[in-house]
Design a protein around this ligand. Structure first.
Ligand code: SAM
Length: 283
């Protein structure tokens, strides 16, 4: 990615930060199975020093802080000022004292070799500028035999939480041909792609686990629509290009397509993620 595109991407995350804060309770609920999967795959336990790469509004750092306890610690990182601010404010509100915050990009981690036991990233690896460099960096800063684990989205078709909206909007707005290697939520949806990057970066025992779960919350379609259209930069941009008269039509088509995922005040979408893990080889 050229630096200008990189800056544009970070600016978009900066705007998104306020929405990730606004919906933090729902996000925590909806994506809790991803955190649980990461914790399990990276063997995170009491007393460990954990690095969170691309922590956004605070997950998985906030959850892991309670798992490692007072004798352990978490270092949260994210390159976006707004994300670091909201995550730090939330940790303060919760009185969590074992989380440290550093603003930095995954491909240039400001830590000494072998600083952490484990490094993890929830839904962030797809946005790394140079994923091989980022994974090399993660391996550099963990102890030998330590785990690196990243959770990323599986295929779009297996994730109607996203496709129910985007498939409809894409019928109305012309979308440029997607570069499969450009930063995007589904960049690592193809099985083996992120695993290959971990192996290339020098990780051993690389394992990919498919995680099928439900994205569940007590919200109506109206609340879902608002959350999706506010949180996603791609959707915000696409919707800004629509004629005002098209919006209610699109919303109705999405509502019809999404009806089966809403019942008695509960939203429940089937979802698929991949958890890709490896270990740092002993030298
Ligand atoms: C989809 S959000 C996920 C945030 C959080 N981990 C969660 O699961 O709620 C992606 C995050 O990746 C961060 N990100 C973007 N580029 C990055 C980079 N080069 N290095 C590390 N993180 C990056 C964004 O700022 C954003 O906070």
């Amino acid at each position: 990615m050229i630096p200008e595109e990189q800056n544009k991407a970070l600016d978009a995350w900066q705007i998104s930060a306020r929405y990730w804060d606004k919906y933090r309770v729902l996000i925590a609920q909806m994506f809790a199975p991803l955190t649980a999967g990461l914790v399990e795959e990276a063997r995170i336990g009491i007393g460990q020093k954990v690095l969170d790469i691309g922590g956004g509004s605070g997950e998985p750092s906030l959850t892991i802080s309670c798992i490692v306890g007072p004798i352990g610690e978490v270092t949260y990182t994210d390159p976006v000022t707004g994300m670091v601010e909201i995550a730090q404010a939330e940790a303060g509100k919760r009185g969590l004292t074992n989380i440290h915050f550093r603003q930095c990009s995954a491909d240039e981690l400001p830590f000494a070799d072998r600083t952490f036991d484990v490094a993890v990233g929830r839904l962030s690896a797809m946005f790394f500028v140079d994923p091989v460099t980022a994974v090399r960096e993660a391996l550099r800063v963990i102890l030998e035999n330590g785990y690196v684990s990243f959770v990323v989205w599986g295929p779009k078709e297996a994730n109607p939480f996203f496709s129910t909206v985007t498939d409809v909007i894409d019928r109305f707005v012309e979308s440029p041909l997607e570069d499969p290697d450009a930063p995007d939520a589904f960049r690592f949806a193809v099985p083996g792609k992120l695993a290959g990057i971990l192996a290339n970066a020098g990780a051993k025992n690389v394992i990919e686990r498919r995680l099928n779960f439900q994205i569940k919350a007590e919200i109506s379609f109206e609340q879902f629509w608002q959350l999706r259209t506010e949180m996603s930069e791609t959707l915000r941009t696409k919707m800004a290009g629509l004629a005002p008269a098209e919006l209610p039509i699109i919303k109705q088509v999405v509502a019809d397509a999404a009806r089966r995922y809403f019942e008695s005040g509960t939203m429940s979408f089937p979802a698929e993620a991949l958890i890709v893990s490896g270990r740092k080889p002993a030298t």
